[in-house]
Write a protein that binds this ligand. Structure first.
Ligand SMILES: Cc1cc2nc3c(=O)[nH]c(=O)nc-3n(C[C@H](O)[C@H](O)[C@H](O)COP(=O)(O)O)c2cc1C
Length: 192
């Protein structure tokens, strides 16, 4: 068996890109507040490798507040077309300014303006308010590049545990668990 979960992730991810009807990079991100109360939402994976799995979001959002209080996260991919799931768990840190800047610069202009206009996760009195904020940001940055907002950037989940789950007949599924200890990965199986 492979002792490298990243090679296996790459191969499953490549298959998902071929077979999923949309958003093969969609992944559920679970966080928990200081009291351990969990919350979960979908995000898009925008980078990955042995250093971790990177997503981008508002650093004043609910998830950001939870991660500030409790910098641990869990990611869950479910690729229905392949009948597979991957569970990833580990500590979470900010992506570097350089990678957040580079990713932000690659986004469409309206998505960049949206990041300025949205006070993500905070109450909004009407859709009109949001549209006015978007229009104000469009005017503010007219004729220039849109810089990355200070409240927007990446988070990296550095895995200590990755589980690959493959559906099998009669619920006799296959579960391969990789655990990192002292920098080394070990692999085992779990009962389904
Ligand atoms: C498929 C999908 C992908 C999403 N990707 C992102 C993302 O990459 N970043 C993000 O901030 N929100 C993304 N969202 C919105 C989040 O699910 C969520 O509504 C938002 O981040 C606020 O979450 P929070 O209040 O827990 O912080 C996505 C939603 C869906 C359904």
């Amino acid at each position: 068996m492979s002792d490298d979960p990243f090679t296996l992730f790459d191969s499953w991810y490549a298959e998902a890109k071929q077979s999923e009807p949309n958003d093969p990079n969609a992944v559920a991100l679970a966080t928990a507040d200081a009291e351990g109360r969990p919350s979960v939402r979908m995000v898009l994976l925008k980078g990955h490798g042995p250093d971790g799995f990177v997503i981008y979001t508002n650093r004043e959002s609910r998830k950001a507040g939870e991660l500030a209080a409790n910098p641990q996260g869990a990611l869950l991919f479910h690729w229905k077309s392949l009948r597979r799931q991957i569970r990833i768990e580990g500590p979470v840190s900010w992506a570097t300014d350089e990678e957040s800047d580079a990713y932000f610069a690659s986004r469409g202009r309206d998505s960049q303006l949206g990041a300025w206009a949205s006070e993500q996760s905070r109450p909004l009195d009407s859709r009109e308010t949001f549209e006015q904020r978007f229009a104000a940001m469009t005017a503010k940055f007219e004729g220039q590049d849109v810089p990355r907002p200070p409240h927007w950037g990446g988070y990296r989940v550095k895995p200590t545990r990755i589980e690959f789950w493959q559906d099998r007949a009669h619920r006799l599924h296959e579960r391969r668990l990789f655990v990192r200890e002292d920098g080394n990965w070990s692999e085992g199986l779990l009962f389904p």
